[in-house]
Design a protein around this ligand. Structure first.
Ligand code: ATP
Ligand code: MG
Length: 327
C-alpha cells in the first residue's frame, strides 16, 4: 500500500475552498492508501504567531479535520511538534542542503520580499523541513496544490542526494498524488479568482446558516445577460463553479440554461446556492461543536496519532542514523 503524507499550516479556520478543494479528496484518499495527516505547527513558527493563538489554531484545525470526515481509526492524524524526530531529520538533511539552492527557492524569495524584517533561517530551511515531513515516513505520494510543486521537487533532490551519498535506497522519490479528476479551485464570492484566508473572502466551515446566506446573497454578479448565449462574466462563472461542487448536476444545468436564454434571476441562483452550501456545511459545523465539547476524545486522538507517527518516524530515523555513522 502506498504511503501518503499531507500537512496543513494552522493559520485559522478552514473555509469551503479548503474543504471542496483539498479535504474532501483527503477523506476519500484515506481509504485507498496509508495516510498520515499532520498539523504543521513548526512551519507556522516562521511568522512568529503568538503562542496562545498558535495553540488555539492547532486545536481548531484538528477539530475541523475530524468533523469534516478524516477518520483517526483509518488515517494517522498528528501534530508535527508531537513527533520531534522530524526536527532531527531536518537537521541531518540540512547538512546536504546548500545555501544557494535554498536561497533560490521561489517561495523563499517571495516570503523574504513580503516580510523583509523577518527573513529568519527557519524560512530559509522551510523546504528542508518539508522534505523531512515527507521522508520521515518515506512517503510515495504527497497531495499538493500547484503552489507546492517546487518543494516536492526539492524533496526529491534531497532524497536522491542522500541515497547517493550513503549508497542506499532508503528514501523514495515522492510524487504528487493524482486525484484522478481535475483539482477544483473554489473561487471567492467577491468576483475574485480564489477563495483564501489572505483574500478575506471566505465562507468558513464554522459559519452559521444565516452567515452563509448573507455572504452568498452579497456575492458579486453583473447586470445579467441580454442576448441569448452571451459569454458568462467571471463573477457569475464563479457562482456556477461553486454550484458545481455543492449542488445537484440538474440544478447547475437548470441555471446555466436560464442564463443562456436570459431568463435567469441572480436572486434565485444565490438562494439556491446558499441552501445547497448550507446543506453541505451545516452537518460539518454541528460535528465541529460536538467534537469541540469533548476534550477527552481530542486528547485521545492526538495521543494515538502521535504514537503511530513516532513509530513510523523511528523506523526511518534508526536507518538514517546508522547510515550517517551516528550511534
Ligand atoms: P492562505 O491564503 O494563507 O494561503 P488558504 O486559504 O489559501 O490560505 P492554505 O492553507 O494555503 O489555505 O491551503 C490549505 C489547502 O487548501 C491546500 O491544499 C490548498 O491547495 C487548498 N485550498 C486553499 N484554498 C483553496 C481554494 N480556493 N480552492 C481549492 N483549494 C484550496
Ligand atoms: Mg494558500
Amino acid at each position: 500500500m502506498e504511503t501518503v503524507v499531507s500537512g496543513i499550516r494552522p493559520t485559522g479556520q478552514l473555509h469551503i475552498g479548503n474543504y471542496f478543494g483539498a479535504l474532501r479528496n483527503f477523506i476519500k484518499m484515506q481509504y485507498d492508501a496509508r495516510c498520515l495527516f499532520f498539523i504543521a505547527d513548526y512551519h507556522a513558527l516562521t511568522t512568529h504567531p503568538d503562542p496562545k493563538s498558535l495553540r488555539e489554531n492547532v486545536r481548531s484545525v484538528l477539530v475541523e479535520y475530524l468533523a469534516a470526515g478524516l477518520d483517526p481509526n483509518v488515517a494517522t492524524i498528528y501534530v508535527q511538534s508531537d513527533v520531534p524526530q522530524v526536527a532531527e531529520l531536518q537537521l541531518l538533511l540540512s547538512m546536504h542542503a546548500y545555501l544557494g539552492e535554498l536561497e533560490r527557492t521561489p517561495s523563499f524569495k517571495e516570503k523574504a520580499r513580503k516580510q523583509p524584517d523577518n527573513v529568519n533561517a527557519g524560512l530559509l530551511c522551510y523546504p528542508v523541513l518539508m522534505a523531512a515531513d515527507i521522508l520521515l515516513h518515506r512517503a510515495d505520494k504527497v497531495p499538493v496544490g500547484k503552489d507546492q510543486g517546487q518543494h516536492l521537487e526539492m524533496t526529491r533532490v534531497f532524497a536522491r542526494r542522500f541515497n547517493t551519498i550513503y549508497n542506499t535506497d532508503l528514501f523514495p522519490e515522492s510524487q504528487a498524488y493524482n486525484f484522478g479528476a481535475e483539482l477544483t479551485k473554489i473561487p471567492g464570492l467577491d468576483g475574485s479568482g480564489k477563495m483564501g484566508k489572505s483574500e478575506g473572502n471566505c465562507l468558513f466551515l464554522r459559519d452559521t446558516d444565516d452567515v452563509i446566506r448573507k455572504k452568498v446573497m452579497r456575492a458579486t454578479t453583473d447586470t445579467g445577460p441580454t442576448l441569448p448565449d452571451s459569454p458568462v462574466s467571471e463573477p457569475v462563472e464563479n457562482l456556477f463553479t461553486i454550484m458545481k461542487s455543492v449542488s445537484a448536476p440538474e440544478t447547475l444545468s437548470q441555471f446555466q440554461k436560464a442564463y443562456a436564454d436570459c431568463s435567469i434571476r441572480y436572486g434565485d441562483l444565490k438562494k439556491q446556492l446558499a441552501e445547497d452550501i448550507v446543506a453541505s456545511v451545516a452537518p460539518i459545523r454541528e460535528r465541529i461543536l460536538e467534537i469541540e465539547s469533548n476534550p477527552e476524545y481530542l486528547k485521545q486522538v492526538l495521543g494515538d496519532g502521535a504514537a503511530a507517527a513516532r513509530r513510523s518516524a523511528d523506523e526511518t530515523m534508526c536507518r538514517v542514523r546508522e547510515l550517517m555513522g551516528l550511534c
